[in-house]
Design a protein around this ligand. Sequence first.
Ligand code: FMN
Length: 307
Amino acid sequence: MLAPLAGYTDKAFREIAAEMGADAAVTEMVSAEGLARDGEKTKALLERYPGEKNLFIQIFAPSDDPVRRCMDNLLACTPAAIDINCGCPVPKVVKTGAGSALMKNPEMISRIIKAVKERTNIPVSVKFRLGWDSDSINYLEFADAAAEAGAGMLTLHARTRAQGYSGTADRAAFRILSEHFRGSGILIYGSGDVFTPEDAISMINDCGLDGVMFARGAIGNPFIFRETKELIEKGSYTLPSVEERVLTAEKHLSLMVRYFGEAAACREMRKHLMAYIKGIPGSSKVKAELCTASSEEEMREILSHLI
Ligand SMILES: Cc1cc2nc3c(=O)[nH]c(=O)nc-3n(C[C@H](O)[C@H](O)[C@H](O)COP(=O)(O)O)c2cc1C
């Protein structure tokens, strides 16, 4: 799966990932309060590309109240699953009691899930961390609360809130979690340091997971979905050529222009393009030029020098 990545997993990136083999994807996190209030920006985050399937919509909320109020708008988007964010470490989110602050309050995740389950049979999934910090590791207790309330899928990002995105994900925790829920029918997914197809497969096989979410490892590298499937099916995989990397970056750019307009696309694509071209000979020279390019044509022209 393509993990939720705020600022990245918009419909253009999800479309590219699906073409490369991602079986499902999660939206960027959206505020349940914003959705309840019909916020235009929030609703724009939930648009799909034509024919998009298997879309998980991720919401964040400090309590069940905004979740209850956002349900009409949420269900109108017909998600394949509704994911609850219990991992966001950003102070602006945490200080409201949402995101990883929910790790301190397992009872609240139970209330939030029940608020969703009261209205729909669409599966609920929860993405959470090991705990708030190393002194308060409580992922099993938290997962139990979510499972008892009716979550059908649990995705552990095996870091604490205090770790943010630093340090390494704790693989032993994946194993403990999957063993804890063995035979329950609840899907257990892993997130954290999935940077190569080998990482994904060893996490699944060694830790007994049902699947993994690719996050930073998919930025500028949607090929990782195809490579992982090839590795599973054939035992080996082919890396994309420089030409394919550049052409995929260009395709991503053109989808962004189509969906969001040229100005927004050029602004938002910079970070993607930096990732697509990383390590290609000559890329350091074109990076600065890409950062100031302000039209699709200009960006394409700069990229063409890499092939
Ligand atoms: C830029 C960025 C944005 C993210 N946005 C979200 C988000 O909106 N919701 C969420 O649950 N996790 C979010 N995450 C966490 C990722 O989904 C993932 O759990 C984390 O990056 C660990 O995986 P990795 O080490 O393979 O990158 C974000 C991570 C990054 C780097």
